[in-house]
Write a protein that binds this ligand. Sequence first.
Ligand code: NAP
Length: 342
Amino acid sequence: MKGNKPVVAVVGATGAVGKEMLLILESRDFPVAQVRAFASERSVGEKVPFQGGEIVVEALTEDSFEGIDLALFSAGKDTSEKFTPCAVKAGCVVIDNSNAWRMDTSVPLVVPEVNPDDLKWHRGVIANPNCSTIQMVAVLKPLHDAATIQRIVISTYQAVSESGQKGISELESQILHLMNGQDADTHVYPHQIAFNCLPHIDSFLDNDYTKEEMRMVKETRKILGDDSLRITATACRVPVFYGQSESVNIETAKKLTPKEARAILCQTPGVEVFDNPHENIYPMPFAAVGEDSIFVGRIREDESIERGLNLWIVADNIRKGAALNAVQIAEKVLEMDLLRVS
Ligand code: NAP
């Protein structure tokens, strides 16, 4: 700490999430003594903008964390697995965006609006949930408190930016090639993503679900602290650059009308209700880009069961789904005086 302000590292500072983290730290006036930017050897010497100046990107090594109080990691699972222990050993608190530590029972998995108290038991590492999980649990938590959710059925419509810069480039180049009458090369996804939908995110498991689908199941139970929740998910990649959409069906123990659900969600921090279908008002990824809020609409009764609701939930996967949630965790850590490794 320098003058009561932390020295902050952004690991993966040249990536889609890392760049957004720098913008968010700046725009939210996060207190920093200094920000250092790390990426792979490929980016050493590149400059990233911050607070009107530029930060020179450094290569990440095991010795990088001396003098750093807080590190925001968004450089993939392998980098997190390799370097998080070095960071913690150097006394640095890590907020990690990858899926390296999310299901580790000694690591809190946090959405600040949902389970901030879990930060109290961190031992140096705090995990940021998967983007699809973050936007869903922030909406479901107040409904769970009001009516006890028993079952959740999820279908996602996930943007290519969730795969990082390479996902964005793949969709861009496929659209360009196809519009010019050329073949579309496929490198990132198993099939063409332009003008297509792939019910396939991450690899398939023995139960025929994908890892992404099972992440939503397990992470939701961990964040809501309820292992009895019955959850099933289908995760689909769609040719959208930014913004994650989800159709979510819930079955509750207590009856909750759409009107009651809307009233609860109107009072929920970080959530905005966009729900006037007769005026064509509902959340869309296009409109959520660059926004901090999670948008919910199409709230209606599931007429096929006694106590069920359907919801449509949309958020910017790079902001609330990743960078913003990580910075909000950091803000809570400071507010709760938890910037220490125990
Ligand atoms: P990205 O655009 O591909 O960026 C990856 C970043 O990691 C780059 O800065 C890259 O540096 C750096 N990196 C790669 N290997 C490294 C190494 N060995 N040492 C140090 N830095 C290394 O990916 P992204 O979308 O920002 O995602 C980053 C992480 O956030 C992933 O774990 C992802 O799962 C997670 N996440 C992403 C989203 C999303 O919507 N995109 C949402 C939630 C979580 P170079 O530029 O030098 O290669």
